[in-house]
Design a protein around this ligand. Structure first.
Ligand code: 13P
Length: 281
């Protein structure tokens, strides 16, 4: 069933687990995520980034996810990831997304607060929950996200930001990167603990891909309730296609078969995250 993202995250906060938010860009990615969630009997968040708005029929996509969610026997939420434009937030709300992320992290704190607060008021009128970010997650290898400067979240600013904007969940920048790490990950769990003490809303970790399992487990223990995952899933599908294209039979295969196999290639990666976030190994 389609569920409000906030409810899922508050439940995760209670049980000290996290919900996986998978970035999706096609029917195959949506189906893989929902199949994994059903197989693992866990909720899942389907996340579409604003960056895909030029190529994805947003209203059609939302209707598709809603139809798939209605049939699913686990809770499914529909989230707008990293939106920089008010118009995209309005479009997502109108299309029935259950949460939106406004990313005003490039602005000074006061301006980020002003812009975020306005969008929180708008979204809340429609019963849609809001995620926002202060600090900025850097970009590593193979990522499809915008460049970030890697500024870590300041706990005092986080406290003021949450109090003044009324956001429902907060993305904390603690050293993870969007995409794969180029060196040793340097993730500040002590800082996460201080952010957790400063705010009570569920915390979100961006940059799930490549983040060591023990760091994810510790981060969840320290208050992370949603982990965003994009690059590793994309890499698994691309690796499948590259490998399959080297087989002579591939060139005579039907696209429907290739797409189904590509969908299957994403399942183990997604399942690993879902299990890890639920503390199931
Ligand atoms: P990864 O690409 O590192 O998994 O990060 C995804 C993300 O945080 C999307 O918001």
């Amino acid at each position: 069933m389609l569920c409000n993202t906030k409810q899922l995250l508050l439940a995760a906060q209670q049980e000290k687990t996290a919900v996986a938010a998978f970035n999706v860009y096609s029917l195959e990615t949506v189906q893989a995520a929902v199949r994994v969630a059903e197989q693992e009997e866990r909720p899942v968040i389907i996340a579409l980034g604003e960056r895909y708005f030029p190529t994805v029929d947003v209203e059609g996509f939302a209707a598709l996810v809603q139809a798939i969610a209605a049939k699913a026997n686990v809770p499914v939420a529909l989230h707008l990831d990293h939106a920089y434009e008010k118009a995209s937030i309005v479009r997502a709300i109108r299309s029935g997304f259950t949460s939106v992320m406004y990313d005003g992290s490039k602005y000074e704190l006061a301006e980020n607060i002003r812009r975020t607060k306005e969008l929180v008021e708008l979204a809340h009128m429609a019963g849609v929950s809001v995620e926002a970010e202060i600090g900025s997650v850097a970009r590593g290898d193979f990522s499809d996200e915008e460049e970030g400067d890697g500024t870590l979240t300041d706990p005092a600013s986080a406290q003021r930001f949450v109090a003044e904007t009324g956001v429902d969940f907060l993305a904390a920048s603690i050293g993870t990167v969007h995409g794969m790490y180029t060196g040793e990950p340097n993730i500040n769990l002590e800082l996460l603990g201080r952010i957790r003490e400063a705010v009570s809303v569920p915390l979100v970790l961006h940059g799930g891909s490549g983040t060591p399992d023990d760091v994810l487990t510790e981060a969840i223990r320290a208050g992370i309730c949603k982990v965003n995952v994009n690059t590793e899933v994309s890499m698994a599908a691309v690796a499948y296609l590259v490998e399959a294209a080297q087989q002579p039979a591939f060139h005579r295969a039907h696209l429907s078969t290739i797409m189904e196999s590509m969908q299957q290639s994403m399942v183990p990666v997604m399942a690993r995250f879902v299990r890890l976030l639920a503390h199931k190994r």
